[in-house]
Design a protein around this ligand. Structure first.
Ligand SMILES: Cc1cn([C@H]2C[C@H](O)[C@@H](COP(=O)(O)OP(=O)(O)O[C@H]3O[C@@H](C)C(=O)[C@@H](O)[C@H]3O)O2)c(=O)[nH]c1=O
Length: 183
């Protein structure tokens, strides 16, 4: 597994070699040992799947507060997405910076998102399936979110955002004195 740094500290692109033969292919998508340095002692607690029907749909931008903060490993199983990470970490050199990464089925790429970063995505095709590996249990009381259209973050979505959940439309904008979350 190749672990590629991005310019957001702790956000990693994970690339896997695929062995192909006449039957098709085989790739190792998760190895606790290969990812030991990236996981920093955390273990995978939950594996989740989502299905999004329509191109242009946006889900996000979600995170969990400490002590339930989590790393997530995100992979696209079907279709194509624009995956977005926002750095919300207090005192981070890249505080409030966002980055977008295209992930698509068959690319054998995943994105590792560290604690303190919000995550969301926009579907670039119909019929998108996503796989999530989480290092913390889903804890509704610890859920946090920022709006997909927060002006302090100004994410440049590739398509007009649509099909947001009621919950995602209710997230408040960041206050002008928001200075980040502590882990
Ligand atoms: C996230 C989550 C939701 N749920 C429930 C709550 C709700 O009834 C239903 C759908 O939840 P949501 O609307 O929050 O689903 P969704 O908007 O797809 O939430 C996901 O968004 C992306 C961007 C992420 O990064 C994920 O970690 C997750 O937060 O599933 C769980 O049972 N376990 C979970 O881990």
């Amino acid at each position: 597994m190749n672990t590629l740094l991005t310019d957001l500290p702790g956000v990693l692109l994970l690339e896997t070699d695929r062995r192909s033969d006449e039957r098709g292919g085989f790739a190792r998508w998760f190895c606790e040992s290969d990812l030991a340095a990236a996981l920093q002692g955390a273990t995978i607690r939950q594996i989740n799947h989502s299905h999004t029907v329509q191109r242009g749909s946006v889900r996000g931008m979600h995170f969990q507060y400490a002590p339930h903060a989590e790393k997530k490993i995100i992979r696209c199983l079907s279709g194509k997405i624009f995956d977005v990470v926002v750095d919300l970490r207090k005192d981070s050199a890249t505080f409030l910076a966002w980055r977008g990464f295209e992930l698509e089925a068959g690319d054998d790429r995943a994105l590792l998102i560290p604690e303190g970063c919000a995550h969301g995505f926009q579907t670039l095709s119909n019929e998108v399936q996503m796989l999530y590996l989480h290092t913390a249990f889903y804890t509704p009381a610890a859920e946090g979110a920022v709006r997909f259209d927060d002006p302090r973050i100004a994410i440049d979505w590739p398509l007009p955002p649509q099909n947001l959940s009621e919950r995602d439309l209710l997230h408040p904008f960041l206050s002008s004195d928001f200075s980040g979350i502590s882990l």
